[in-house]
Design a binder for this molecule. Structure first.
Ligand code: ATP
Length: 357
């Protein structure tokens, strides 16, 4: 069992709580992302798991043992941080060999392992190349190979792709994910990029001001966010203030009634709720279509057409909706055009409003 369990883990800096009473279970072999805006405590939480920071209170257990106060170098975890810190004066192979040397792994075993890792990261012919002569993506792969060289039971990644350009970053996301799945190594990755978390994670831990706002599978969090903060942070969303009428419908600003499905959860504080509908769930119809329930008249005020997908901003007296569609689905859509925006009841979620700051 290599299960990681955090109980009420807290880190204060002076009077400020960087991490506030976090409980978390990280299942074996999974990739878990800590996701949240800058300053929400992701890195501090990861550093406590790594042993680079000591909790003010709470406990961290790994494989059944309390490691809360075990120093980093005795935890046997692999780490890759934002600043890669490969040794610039060393070759690729020497960098990968470094943790093996520290452990006094016998030379033949080191050579075997380096060859294996070079195959794994698809750089088999680059063993002797100085790391300064590698591309950003290649360096990233070497950093990961070095982190997993000594077969750690836990791999910790802190924004490992943040220095890469968008295209390479997307390619590396897939590469790291495939590698992680092939090795079955339990991995925790910090990111503030929701798309990256959605692409890579088995589970996402959304953090807000040092606390966990929600934990779940990426699509569950996307479809059933527990709050306005989570809904807003994960993906694009139309978030509208509404009042609940207690009979399966809500009223929008201006009094328009919108039916919501039975399954929609009504937050306990029914006074302060929001209607969430994702752009891909908003159906754009011709203004000449029959009016009907959940169909709102509006005008197209902006179109972002990038070929494969199309995003339309629709002004509906008093609020604005974003609809995601494709040029094929809505041919002829043009600026200034009157349309009907249909909000299917099953796609209308009710969530608690963000607390006033
Ligand atoms: P980012 O995405 O910007 O890296 P983060 O979510 O990783 O942010 P942390 O770096 O964990 O956030 O910081 C959480 C809070 O704790 C911040 O308010 C930060 O200023 C504070 N903090 C972190 N380290 C220290 C420190 N050594 N001393 C004082 N305050 C700190």
């Amino acid at each position: 069992m290599t299960h990681l369990t955090l109980q009420a883990v807290t880190r204060r800096f002076g009077a400020a709580y960087a991490v506030d009473s976090v409980d978390l279970n990280v299942p074996d072999g999974k990739l878990v992302c800590f996701l949240g805006p800058s300053g929400c405590g992701k890195t501090t939480l990861l550093r406590m798991i790594a042993g680079l920071e000591t909790p003010s209170s709470g406990s961290i257990e790994f494989a059944g043992a309390d490691i809360t106060r075990v120093p980093a170098n005795q935890r046997d975890f692999g780490m890759v941080f934002q600043s890669l810190a490969l040794f610039p004066h060393m070759s690729v192979a020497q960098n990968i060999a470094y943790p093996l040397k520290l452990r006094k792994t016998p030379k033949p075993e080191q050579a075997r392992r380096i060859a294996e890792l070079l195959e794994l990261i698809q750089l088999p012919h680059m063993a002797n190349r100085p790391v300064t002569q590698l591309s950003g993506g290649q360096r990233q792969r070497v950093a990961i190979a070095r982190a997993i060289a000594s077969q750690p039971k836990l791999l910790l990644l802190d924004e490992p792709l943040s220095a890469l350009d968008a295209k390479l970053r997307e390619a590396m996301q897939v590469e790291i994910r495939l590698l992680q799945q092939r090795l079955g190594i339990t991995t925790i990755m910090v990111t503030h990029d929701q798309r990256e978390a959605m692409t890579m994670a088995d589970e996402i831990v959304v953090m807000e001001k040092g606390r966990i706002a929600q934990v779940g599978k990426p699509l569950d969090i996307y479809r059933e966010p527990v709050s306005e903060f989570v809904a807003d942070f994960i993906g694009l969303g139309n978030i509208l203030p509404v009042t609940y009428d207690g009979a399966g419908a809500v009223s929008l600003p201006g009094g328009l009634r919108i039916a919501v499905s039975q399954a929609a959860r009504v937050p306990e504080s029914t006074n302060d709720i929001r209607l969430l509908i994702r752009p891909e769930d908003v159906c754009v119809k011709a203004a000449t279509d029959a009016a009907g329930p959940n169909r709102l008249a509006g005008t197209v005020t902006f179109i972002r057409d990038v070929g494969a997908s199309l995003e339309a901003t629709i002004d509906c007296a008093g609020f604005t909706l974003t609809a995601a569609t494709t040029p094929r689905e809505t041919p002829g859509l043009a600026l200034g055009m009157p349309v009907l925006a249909e909000l299917p009841p099953h796609a209308c979620k009710l969530i608690a409003a963000r607390a006033v700051q």
